[in-house]
Every structure is written in structure tokens, then in C-alpha cells.
Design a protein around this ligand. Structure first.
Ligand SMILES: Cc1ncc(COP(=O)(O)O)c(C=O)c1O
Length: 528
């Protein structure tokens, strides 16, 4: 028995300190955190930090138990360890099963428990290995823990005053990441996601080109141009709109058959916009496109950006993970010339949403761009530890903790192994497709997205598109496996994002067999 005390409450606690989660002797390296130890550990952690509040001690233990069990299920590494992936429910079905209205009077613990059960049961289980619909999915269990800690700490990353340890963690992590990109210390900040990071890049490009634009606004300057490939994430369009450049400022350069920006077309287009009286301010290279995971030629783009004195940004939200692997990092050759880089960790690196960084090669630019006078908060303008002066956000969760703790726990070597294991799965998966006469691979995958289509001799391109959309719809409705489809070179391809390093060959074969069986049954019905 121990006594835990806070300023307001003193409560008897049944949990001995010897069970504390970060005691080294309990931190079994092989723990894998995936096992049933997680609820126990989390429970201790929560109770040590939270449960001193009488309110939570009084909470129905069924409710806490249920939540801990859910965590255990969610981190299960096997398909069998999971309950269903998704249920095919309409909004009407959901309205019937849950009362969404907000009551005036409080409801009971049991009612809350029922609500949580419905929520968990009827939501999409994105931790399921067969959730391959998005670029995020199964998360690293250690990062789960970090996310719980973030909520417990409930602080904001704007001042050292309220986030002393976390500030040093963020600084160290930014330093580590920028060394991965540039081979030396740079600068940066964790953001709410890749979209925010890309918009920050557009903002810095404006500052780089027009020093006085902060006070004068964009009206004081000729119209600008920002170049991205037609495969770029939609956040660039939103950014052009949001930052006041106007969407006409965003020039989309055509991509080639492998979804890479056409370097041969780029300079002519830049010259044309200059002739039209526009000033080129930014060029973006993509390391891992959203649809097919393709990598632009970052080296060639760097020299064009230099020639036209443009801010050079690399969107490595998806493909940045390859920097952890000596086998894979050649795809990002040229990134070291970038002025800025967006790099997400809730994608390939399996952190919970969202864990994202924005990095700059040169120090001080972010602070210069975002510093404001807010004396009530930032008492010392020279304090480089007040990270709020580098950030666009006000209150900002310490998302970095998920990445830093995972890196500590697994080491860089663990991250390398994660990336290489995922790549092996993608290579195996694509080789099976390549050897199947009924399937057509979009390209040998450069990352962990595999795009392919089912085809039949009797079908033309249009019918093949329809067939593949139908395959995706049918399998989606069943809800055992989820992947998406996308248009590439004006054709429909099934798009599978492989984010589970524990996938077995049998599971990967099962996905393709499911697709083939579904295709055959659609074709059979169509023939009859
Ligand atoms: C290449 C790329 N950049 C940026 C983003 C945006 O990232 P976020 O969803 O974190 O805003 C995505 C999202 O899928 C992406 O694929």
C-alpha cells in the first residue's frame, strides 16, 4: 500500500511503486508491448498520475477495464488478435444505435460505458493489419504509451516555462532529423501535420523572396508562381488559397508515366510564367507521392530551384522514412539541397496521428518569420527555448514525444529495420502481382504503396476501370480488408498501402487471392 497525495486529495493506492512502468527492471526489452502486459502497465501509469483524483477513483471500474482491454486489442500484432476491421453502416444505422444528442443532465457510468462500446465497435479499426486504405495505420505500441503521456501532461509547446523537458526533447529530435536530411544541424518544429508543414514552406518562400511582405502584404508585389507536380498533395492548393497567393499561383507540372515530375517540361513552363510577369518563388520536389509513393528527381529539381533563385522545398511526408535505411535513402538524393522539408511520422513510421515535422536547413528562419509580441506569454524574446516563437500554432501538443520515445525504445536500428521490413513486404507483394497474368502492376514500387489493376482479355480500358472500382467496392463492403483505388495515367489502379511490418507472406497472398476471387465472381455474374 502506498499513499499518493496531491494538493487537494490524499488517496490510498493499491499499486506498489515497484510496478511503475519506467522502472528499468520492468522494462523488459522483449516486451513488445503488444502483449497483454500493456493494459496492466497503462493502468498503473494512469492510476499513478490520474487516479489520485477522486472522480476517477470513483469511476466504474468496468469502464476503465473496458478501455484497457480495448487498448490491448488495438495493439495486437496479429490479424486474429483483432475484432472486425469495419462494419458497413449508414449514417441512419449509426443514429439508431447511438443517441448523439447532448443531454442537459449527466448520464450514468454504465451509459457512458455503452456509448464507448458502441464507439469502439462501430468505428473503423485502423490498427488492423488489413487496414490499407490510408497512409497511416497500425501504430507502434510504445507510441501509444507516449500519446497517453501527452494527454496526462496536458501542456503546450510554446514556452519553456510550461514544457521544460519536452522543449529539450523537441530540440534534440529536430537536431537529429535535420542531421538525417542535411548531415548537419538545422532547425524546425513539430506541426499539426503535413498540410501545415507544406503551408509553412510556402510561407517561408514568401518571406525569402519578399522581405517586407509581412508588413506590406502581397499586394505590394507582382503575382508569384509556386511549382509542384500534378501528383502533389492537395495541401499546396489549400496553401495557395489560404496564404493569399491565389490558386492561380500554383502551377502544376505534368508528371511522367511513373508519376514523377517531368524535369524536361519544367524550365519551359517557368520561363513562360516569367514572361507573363509572374515571379517564381518556390519549387517543390516530392519524396513519396500520395497516390503511388513515387520519388521525384530531387537533385535535378535542386539545380533548377537554384538557377531561378527559388525556395526549394521537399515534401517527404511519406517517403522521408527511407532516410532511416542505407538501402533506401538513395531515392532522396538531392534532399540535402532543400531549404525546407516536410516529414511525417504517422505514415510509414507508424506513430499515432498526428506526428509531423517541418524542418529548415538554416537556423533562425522560423523564428524570424513567426515571432510576435505577446508579452503576457513570451517574457524574454531572446529565449531560444520558447518554441512558440517558431510555430504558427498557439497551443501545441508535444507530439514529438511519440517519436522521441519510440526512437529511444527501438533505437535508430529499430527504425531502419521497420522501414526495411515494410519494403520487403512491398517488394514481395509486387512480385506476386507481376507474376500473375491477370494483374498489371503500375510500377515496381519505390516505397510501401503498391498500385495495380486486375485485367481480363475480354475487357477494354474503360471496362477494366469499372471492374477495378467494383472489386474495391465489393471488398470494402465486406469489411475484412480495406484498400483504395486511384487514377494514374488516366487508368484506375487498386492502391494498397502496406504498413504492417509483421505481415506474413500468407497474409499478403490472401489479399491478392481475395481480389482475384472477387474479380472472377464479378466477371462471372457479368457473363451470365
Ligand atoms: C505527400 C504528402 N504530403 C502531405 C500530406 C499531408 O499530410 P497530413 O495528412 O499530415 O496533413 C500527405 C498526406 O497524405 C501526403 O501524402
Amino acid at each position: 500500500m502506498c499513499i499518493l497525495s496531491t494538493s487537494t486529495t490524499v488517496v490510498n493506492c493499491k499499486f506498489s511503486t515497484k510496478n511503475r512502468i519506467f522502472k528499468p527492471e520492468l522494462r523488459q526489452k522483449k516486451l513488445n508491448l503488444i502483449s497483454s502486459t500493456i493494459p496492466f502497465k497503462l493502468k498503473n501509469l494512469l492510476l499513478h498520475n490520474f487516479a489520485v483524483r477522486q472522480e476517477l477513483m470513483d469511476t466504474n471500474t468496468d469502464l476503465l477495464q473496458y478501455i484497457f482491454n480495448q487498448i490491448s486489442k488495438k495493439v495486437s500484432s496479429t490479424v486474429e488478435g483483432h475484432t472486425s476491421l469495419r462494419k458497413n453502416l449508414t449514417p441512419e444505422d449509426l443514429k439508431e444505435s447511438l443517441d448523439f444528442k447532448i443531454p442537459y443532465q449527466s448520464i450514468s457510468d454504465n451509459e457512458i460505458l455503452n456509448i464507448i462500446k458502441t464507439l469502439m465497435d462501430q468505428s473503423v479499426n485502423t490498427n488492423h493489419p488489413y487496414f490499407m486504405n490510408q497512409m497511416f495505420g497500425k501504430t507502434q505500441p510504445i507510441a501509444y504509451l507516449a500519446d497517453v503521456l501527452i494527454t496526462l501532461l496536458n501542456t503546450s509547446m510554446y514556452t519553456y516555462e510550461v514544457a521544460p523537458v519536452l522543449t529539450l526533447i523537441e530540440n534534440e529530435t529536430i537536431d537529429f532529423l535535420s542531421k538525417k536530411v542535411w548531415g548537419r544541424s538545422g532547425d524546425g518544429v513539430f506541426t499539426s501535420g503535413g498540410s501545415m508543414s507544406n503551408m509553412k514552406a510556402m510561407f517561408l518562400a514568401r518571406e525569402y523572396k519578399f522581405k517586407d511582405s509581412r508588413t506590406l502584404g502581397l499586394n505590394a508585389y507582382p503575382p508569384v508562381t509556386i511549382f509542384v507536380s500534378d501528383q502533389a498533395h492537395y495541401s499546396f492548393v489549400k496553401g495557395a488559397n489560404f496564404l493569399g497567393f491565389g490558386t492561380d499561383a500554383l502551377i502544376k507540372i505534368p508528371s511522367d508515366v511513373n508519376a514523377k515530375i517531368r524535369i524536361d517540361a519544367l524550365e519551359d513552363i517557368i520561363e513562360k510564367t516569367i514572361a507573363d510577369g509572374r515571379i517564381p518563388i518556390m519549387l517543390t520536389g516530392i519524396a513519396g507521392t500520395t497516390t503511388s509513393g513515387s520519388f521525384d528527381d530531387l537533385e535535378a529539381l535542386a539545380s533548377i530551384a537554384k538557377k531561378y533563385n527559388m525556395w526549394y522545398h521537399v515534401d517527404a511526408c511519406f517517403g522521408g522514412a527511407s532516410l532511416f535505411s542505407d538501402l533506401e535513402k538513395h531515392r532522396l538524393k538531392g534532399i540535402e539541397h532543400a531549404n525546407s522539408v516536410s516529414w511525417n511520422f504517422h505514415k510509414v513510421m507508424s506513430m499515432p496521428l498526428s506526428t509531423a515535422s517541418f524542418l529548415t536547413r538554416d537556423k533562425g528562419l522560423l523564428k524570424e518569420a513567426f515571432t510576435v509580441n505577446a508579452d503576457y506569454l513570451f517574457h524574454d524574446h531572446d529565449n531560444t527555448y520558447d518554441l512558440g516563437q517558431k510555430s504558427l500554432q498557439g497551443g501545441r501538443r508535444p507530439e514529438v514525444l511519440k517519436l522521441w520515445l519510440s526512437l529511444k525504445y527501438k533505437g535508430e536500428a529499430g527504425f531502419k529495420a521497420h522501414v526495411e521490413s515494410l519494403r520487403q513486404k512491398a517488394v514481395y507483394f509486387s512480385s506476386v502481382i507481376e507474376n500473375n497474368p491477370h494483374m498489371e502492376l503500375f510500377q515496381t514500387p519505390e516505397s510501401v504503396i503498391v498500385c495495380f489493376r486486375y485485367k481480363a482479355d475480354s475487357l477494354d480500358d474503360k471496362d477494366t476501370d469499372d471492374l477495378n472500382i467494383k472489386i474495391r467496392e465489393e471488398i470494402f463492403k465486406k469489411g475484412d480488408i480495406i484498400f483504395n483505388y486511384a487514377y494514374l495515367n488516366n487508368k484506375v489502379y487498386l492502391r494498397v498501402v502496406l504498413l504492417d511490418p509483421d505481415f506474413t507472406k500468407a497474409q499478403l497472398d490472401h489479399i491478392l487471392e481475395t481480389i482475384e476471387t472477387c474479380a472472377k465472381s464479378i466477371l462471372m455474374v457479368a457473363d451470365s
